[in-house]
Design a protein around this ligand. Structure first.
Ligand SMILES: NC(=O)C1=CN([C@@H]2O[C@H](COP(=O)(O)OP(=O)(O)OC[C@H]3O[C@@H](n4cnc5c(N)ncnc54)[C@H](O)[C@@H]3O)[C@@H](O)[C@H]2O)C=CC1
Ligand SMILES: CC(C)[C@@H](O)CC[C@@H](C)[C@H]1CC[C@H]2[C@@H]3[C@H](O)CC4=CC(=O)CC[C@]4(C)[C@H]3CC[C@]12C
Length: 368
């Protein structure tokens, strides 16, 4: 791609391009990748907002498709220079079966890899997750760790298991020969908890607070740090990796990079209050209002209720044994690998990220 710096001749494919992160990646590419000729957006559910993107100089091609269907993936990948694979089932609430999570997140990723090999696409960026590392099932803290920090990554939950398997497939595919005889170059990005415009869980917390008279009740000690990263900076890292991967293939190929920015280290609940507080909510309690054993009991009760109600309706509350365990285990990163390897610097400051997110919560709720 070296000779296309001045001309618009690149074709990118973003899988999951209508999702929370995917939409930001799509918009960031249109704003900040001048070499784009065509941007393909592949998703199971296409958003109506895509229509507004079709008026610009870049050809925007919306493709309704399923990553579990190899032929649909191959048709979408054929002719693309770069694939950014964000599509996945982000389910830690028991909404879908473990089999479905595996089929989408693992088999779907395998289908993307094979499509690149069979059609000659050389650059594949995979949206992995912090969950590939932890928190592990032993609840061991990962305190401001980096990509080389020793940590026993042991999982049981279908979601982290699927992300870990998919990431391994992507990294192992680095160097495979693609159609045309050149090597496939892959890398994986590991966001911590992404926040920002479009974050459904943030909206769920907001609605929960409204239902409780403007109050949320602390369940997790403030001392338990949880890594968070602004969606715009995650999108920017994807764009930057896609731009640099060819020229720095020897350094970046087969590598993993945590997604990070200058968002502060706080507990998950305290971090959310950076946005929900200015929207009128209050977090009650400087310490957890309930003993941990009671939270464990309530989480287990939610699992029982989910199972009992499943024939009638989907009951998927925020509190379940997995989300409680994850929220209650410190997991934060401190790294500069992305800066060292491809010159990444956050595009949005903490102040900008916070303001944009507050504005979104306010308008999203206002529109609702
Ligand atoms: N939300 C977060 O805090 C984090 C997310 N990630 C990863 O980032 C990626 C995007 O996550 P989000 O934007 O939060 O999720 P999301 O659910 O908002 O977006 C996922 C997109 O993938 C699409 N999709 C799902 N199944 C599909 C299939 N079979 N075929 C085609 N498209 C399909 C969905 O329609 C959706 O548009 C995922 O791979 C997730 O594992 C990683 C770390 C943190
Ligand atoms: C009910 C309370 C215990 C409340 O504090 C629960 C919060 C809980 C819903 C979230 C706490 C940590 C979140 C996860 C974390 O950010 C890592 C993630 C990475 C991903 O790839 C997908 C999302 C998630 C699993 C994220 C999901 C929500 C939490 C478990």
């Amino acid at each position: 791609m070296a000779n296309s710096a001045q001309t618009q001749e690149l074709v990118y494919l973003v899988t999951g391009g209508c999702g929370f992160l995917g939409e930001h990646v799509v918009r960031m590419l249109l704003q900040r990748e001048p070499r784009l000729r065509e941007l393909r957006i592949f998703d199971l559910h296409l958003g109506p907002w895509l229509e507004e993107l079709k008026t610009g100089p870049v050809q925007v091609t919306a493709i309704q498709g399923d990553v579990t269907q190899a032929h649909e993936v191959a048709a979408a990948v054929a002719g693309a220079h770069v694939v950014i694979h964000t599509a996945g089932l982000v389910d830690v609430f028991g909404k879908t079966s473990p089999e479905t999570i595996h089929e989408v997140n693992v088999q779907g990723t395998q289908n993307v890899i094979e499509a690149c090999v069979q059609t000659g696409t050389r650059f594949l960026i995979y949206t992995s997750s912090m969950e590939v590392v932890g928190p592990n099932i032993k609840g061991q803290p990962f305190y401001r760790g980096n990509e080389n920090t020793p940590y026993e990554a042991v999982h049981r939950h279908p979601y982290p298991c699927s992300k870990a398997l998919a990431e391994r497939l992507v990294l192992e595919a680095n160097g495979r020969e693609v159609l045309g005889g050149l090597p496939l170059v892959t890398c994986a990005l590991r966001p911590t908890g992404i926040y920002g415009e479009g974050h459904q869980i943030m909206k769920d917390f907001y609605h929960q607070g409204l239902r409780l008279g403007g109050r949320l009740f602390r369940a997790i000690p403030a001392s338990v740090e949880h890594g968070r990263v602004y969606v715009g900076n995650v999108a920017w890292m994807h764009v930057l990796v896609a731009r640099e991967l060819e020229h720095r293939a020897a350094l970046m190929g087969g590598q993993v990079y945590f997604c990070y920015d200058n968002s502060p280290y706080k507990s998950y609940e305290d971090f959310n209050m950076e946005f929900l507080g200015p929207c009128g909510l209050q977090l009650v309690g400087t310490r957890p209002l309930m003993p941990y054993w009671l939270l464990v009991l309530l989480a287990a009760l939610n699992t029982l209720l989910q199972w009992l109600l499943r024939p009638l309706l989907l009951y998927a509350p925020l509190l379940n044994p997995y989300t409680l365990a994850v929220a209650n285990t410190t997991f934060t990163v401190s790294t500069d690998k992305a800066r060292r390897h491809f010159g990444y610097e956050p595009l949005f400051s903490w102040e900008e990220s916070r303001t944009r997110t507050i504005r979104w919560v306010q308008t999203a709720e206002g529109s609702a």
